[in-house]
Design a protein around this ligand. Structure first.
Ligand code: SF4
Length: 154
C-alpha cells in the first residue's frame, strides 16, 4: 500500500487533529474525482516505521485517517490496529459503497463510506451519498454525517 502524500487536518475527523494519509492506486475512478493523481500507484510504502516517524514528528496528533487503500483493506485494518495500539484514534475513508463483509470494524474509531458521486456532492453536501460513522464499542455504526453540514462540531 502506497502513501502518495499526507497532511495535518482538522475537519476530516470531527474534534480530532489527524494525520491524513492519501493512499494511491485507488480502484474506484469516480467521475469528477478531485484527486486523480491517486489513481496511479505512486508514493512511499506505508509501514509501521513510516508511521512511527510521522507520529514522532507531530506529537500533538490525536488520530490517523487512512484515506483510501481499498485494494488492500486487510492491510488498512492491520495498520489501524497498530495506530490504536499506539494510543491514537483510527479512521478509514473508503470509496466502497458498502463495507466489505469480512471487515473487522473494531480496529477503527471512525469510518467514512461511499464513492464520490458528482451530482450528490461530497461529505459536506447535505445531498451526499457518503456517510461518516463513529464505530461504537459494540461494533455498531453511529451516523455522524450531519456534523459535516454545519460549521461547528459541537
Ligand atoms: S474514491 Fe476518492 S480518490 Fe478514488 S476516485 Fe473516488 S473520489 Fe477519487
Amino acid at each position: 500500500m502506497l502513501v502518495a502524500d499526507y497532511d495535518i487536518v482538522f475537519q476530516e475527523v470531527p474534534n480530532e487533529t489527524s494525520l491524513a494519509l492519501n493512499i494511491s492506486d485507488c480502484p474506484h475512478h469516480c467521475p469528477g474525482c478531485h484527486s486523480m493523481y491517486l489513481w496511479q500507484p505512486v508514493g512511499d510504502v506505508l509501514t509501521e516505521e513510516w508511521l512511527q516517524q510521522k507520529l514522532a514528528r507531530y506529537p500533538y496528533l490525536t488520530c490517523v485517517s487512512i484515506q483510501g487503500g481499498d485494494r488492500d483493506y486487510h492491510e488498512v485494518e492491520r495498520l489501524a490496529r497498530w495506530i490504536k495500539q499506539h494510543g491514537l484514534k483510527s479512521c478509514w475513508y473508503t470509496g466502497f459503497a458498502r463495507l466489505p463483509e469480512d471487515l473487522q470494524y473494531g480496529c477503527f474509531d471512525f469510518i467514512k463510506v461511499g464513492p464520490y458521486i458528482e451530482h450528490m456532492g461530497g461529505l459536506r453536501s447535505p445531498s451526499t451519498n457518503q456517510r461518516f460513522y463513529r464505530v461504537e464499542q459494540d461494533g455498531s455504526l453511529y451516523d455522524l454525517t450531519e456534523l459535516f453540514w454545519k460549521n461547528s462540531y459541537a
